[in-house]
Design a protein around this ligand. Structure first.
Ligand SMILES: O=c1[nH]cc([C@@H]2O[C@H](COP(=O)(O)O)[C@@H](O)[C@H]2O)c(=O)[nH]1
Length: 338
C-alpha cells in the first residue's frame, strides 16, 4: 500500500502543474508540468510516455530507474519527456519523478485503458495510463509522438474470447505515432496485424522488413511498410496529419541485436507461462501482468533486462523522430506551407 509520504506528495502534485489556458473543455481538464507546457507552446519536440509501464510493466525498483533513464534519453536527444497519468482525477502530463514515486510504490492495481479514464476522473481517483489512454491524452494536448515498450494486441484465442486490447481500436481513431518494439508473442501476432489493418493503421517496420515480437527481432510476420530513418518517419506522420486520416501510426522498432540473443530462452518461458495461465484460468486484465511476471521469474530476470533495453532503444528512436517532426513543421510554417 502507499506510504503516507507518497500519498501526500501525490496530492501536492497539482501545485506543480499548470492547466492549459484554453477554451477547449477537455484541454482545460488537463494539467502540465512547466517544462512540457513551455515545450508545447513553443513547438519544441515532446515525447509522450505511458505510466502503466511503471505501475504494471516492470517490478520495483527497476520500474522507477528505467522511467528516469528513459526521460534522460529523451532529453539527451533533444526532446522533452511527458509522462502521462491521472492523479486525484486530473490527467497530468509531465513530472515522471512524482509519478514514479506514487506509482512505483503503490496504486499498482490501476492500469487505465481509455475507456476507464472518465470513471477515474469523475471519481477523482489515481490511475496509470495504458497505451490507449496515453494516446488519447497525447492527441488531446497535441503531442504527436509516443514511446512505449510494447502495445497490447489480440490475445491468443481472441476469436473466441473477444479479448482484444483497446490499444488497437485507439490506434484506429487517434492520430498519434506509437513507437514500440512490436507485440509480445504472448499475443496472437498475425491476428493483431490483421486487426490493425482493419482499423486502417499504418504499421511500419523501422529498419526491418519483419514485424518485431518485442523480445525478439523476428515474428515470422512481414511488416506492411518499412522506413529507415527518423526523417522518413517524421514525413509519414506529417503526411498522415495533412491527409486528416485521423488514425495512428505504429512504428515497430526491433529490440537491439545484443539483447535479442536471449529471445529463444524467453520464448520457451512464454510458452510455459501461457500454459500455467490457462491451467489457473487467469484471463482478462489479469493475464498480461501474470505472464510478464512469470516469464521474468522463469528466465531469471533475462526478460526484464531485455524489456529495459528495448524501452530505452525505443526512447532513442522516438526522440529522434519527434525532433525530426518538429523541424519539419518549423520549416513548413516558415515556408508558409501550413
Ligand atoms: O510489454 C508490455 N506490453 C503491454 C503493456 C501494457 O499493457 C497494456 C495493454 O493491456 P491490455 O492487453 O489489457 O489492453 C498496454 O497498453 C501497456 O500499457 C506493458 O506494460 N508491457
Amino acid at each position: 500500500m502507499a506510504s503516507s509520504s507518497a500519498l501526500s506528495r501525490l496530492s501536492n502534485l497539482h501545485n506543480h502543474l499548470r492547466p492549459l489556458d484554453s477554451n477547449n473543455q477537455i484541454e482545460g481538464l488537463v494539467k502540465f508540468s512547466p517544462e512540457v507546457y513551455q515545450a508545447l507552446s513553443s513547438g519544441r519536440a515532446v515525447v509522450a510516455l505511458e505510466s502503466t509501464i511503471i505501475s504494471h510493466g516492470m517490478p520495483y525498483p527497476q520500474n522507477l530507474e528505467t522511467a528516469k533513464q528513459v526521460e534522460e534519453i529523451v532529453r539527451k536527444n533533444g526532446a522533452v519527456p511527458a509522462t502521462i497519468a491521472i492523479l486525484d482525477g486530473v490527467p497530468c502530463v509531465g513530472l515522471v519523478f512524482y509519478f514514479s514515486v506514487s506509482f512505483g510504490g503503490c496504486a499498482r492495481d490501476l492500469a487505465l485503458s481509455a475507456c476507464l479514464c472518465s470513471f477515474q476522473v469523475a471519481g477523482r481517483r489515481n490511475g496509470a495510463t495504458t497505451v490507449s489512454a496515453t494516446m488519447f491524452f497525447a492527441s488531446t494536448v497535441g503531442i504527436p509522438v509516443f514511446v512505449t515498450g510494447g502495445i497490447g494486441g489480440v490475445h491468443r484465442h481472441g476469436e473466441e474470447t473477444m479479448d482484444v486490447s483497446s490499444d488497437l481500436t485507439e490506434l484506429g481513431k487517434t492520430p498519434v505515432a506509437v513507437v514500440s518494439a512490436g507485440v509480445k508473442s504472448i499475443l496472437d501476432i498475425p491476428k493483431t496485424l490483421e486487426y490493425l489493418e482493419t482499423q486502417g493503421v499504418c504499421v511500419v517496420g523501422y529498419k526491418t522488413d519483419e514485424f518485431p515480437a518485442f523480445f525478439t527481432d523476428t515474428s515470422g510476420c512481414k511488416a506492411p511498410c518499412r522506413l529507415d530513418t527518423p526523417e522518413e518517419c517524421a514525413r509519414l506522420i506529417d503526411a498522415t496529419t495533412k491527409l486528416k486520416l485521423g488514425n495512428g501510426v505504429l512504428i515497430a522498432v526491433p529490440i537491439p541485436k545484443e539483447q535479442s540473443a536471449s529471445g529463444s530462452k524467453i520464448e520457451s518461458a512464454i510458452q510455459k507461462a501461457l500454459k500455467e495461465a490457462r491451467e489457473k484460468n487467469i484471463i482478462g486484465s489479469a493475464e498480461t501482468p501474470f505472464l510478464l511476471a512469470r516469464v521474468n521469474e522463469l528466465t531469471g530476470g533475462a526478460s526484464l533486462a531485455s524489456n529495459i533495453a528495448l524501452v530505452k532503444n525505443n526512447a532513442l528512436v522516438g526522440s529522434k523522430i519527434a525532433v525530426a517532426l518538429a523541424r519539419l513543421r518549423e520549416h513548413s510554417s516558415k515556408a508558409g506551407m501550413n
